[in-house]
Design a protein around this ligand. Sequence first.
Ligand code: ADP
Length: 275
Amino acid sequence: MPVIREDTAGERSQINKATGGESAGRIALPSLAGALANAASGNHRPAISSGTGCGMDDPIVRSHALSLYYGQSQALTDVTMDFPRHQVTALIGPSGCGKSTFLRCLNRMNDLIDGVRTTGSIQFDGRNVTDPTLDVIELRRMVGMVFQKPTPFPKSIYENIAYGLRIAGIRKKAVLDEVVENSLRRAALWEEAKDRLRESALGLSGGQHQRLCIARAIAVQPEIILMDEPCSALDPRSTTRIEDLIGELRGEYTIIIVTHNMQQAARVSDWTAFL
Ligand code: ADP
């Protein structure tokens, strides 16, 4: 994998620089070194694994020997890694190595795909995510997801945010109003949206759509927010806003972000894992 190795090696200095210059930037450099070795050897097993002594005292998610098959085709092989609580972990790796697939395992989105089979385990705060008796709706409330392409519902801005609460049976207008405002504020969209809450969300820009989707995820008070290349469809300015937002949400939520951009991984994450 010479290309990956060259690219990764070329960006290492950037990561070192970011780590030294930003107090929040704590990149798992030993893991990155492991990643380089893995990339060079063609071994795409994750570089962070439990028990590596990287200071993760309180992991919120533990994946152990997780393998996933789409029918006969194996997409994940023995993924073992821990994710620290209330920190940002970036998942990087070559296209097709299974980053999105892994992310979808964390809230059982792969259940929606026919012929998917997994072995191994994922623990979320001690609960076995792969347990067939688990309440998947509740799991997805606690493990929210933001996709590569923003997915606003064809409803008003207000209803996009209130949707999850209404599903949960919350009807009181005062409660809904408060959650909508707080969520939009947390997602840095309130000032732009407060005078058009009843207008269609489809009228917002692409960058605003993505912040709306983050607000929608926040509204149901998740523990974890999964982000699958959330900036890849955005212009540089919108990308910066989302990256800033991730920085603001750090500490309150556990964020796991898939990105193909090494610089972005260095900018936004506390830990970097290589698949
Ligand atoms: P990444 O996010 O790292 O680019 P993906 O998780 O999208 O990788 O894909 C990993 C592998 O699984 C690829 O070989 C891809 O073709 C395959 N794959 C992804 N989704 C499906 C699916 N719904 N059905 C069958 N194969 C899939």
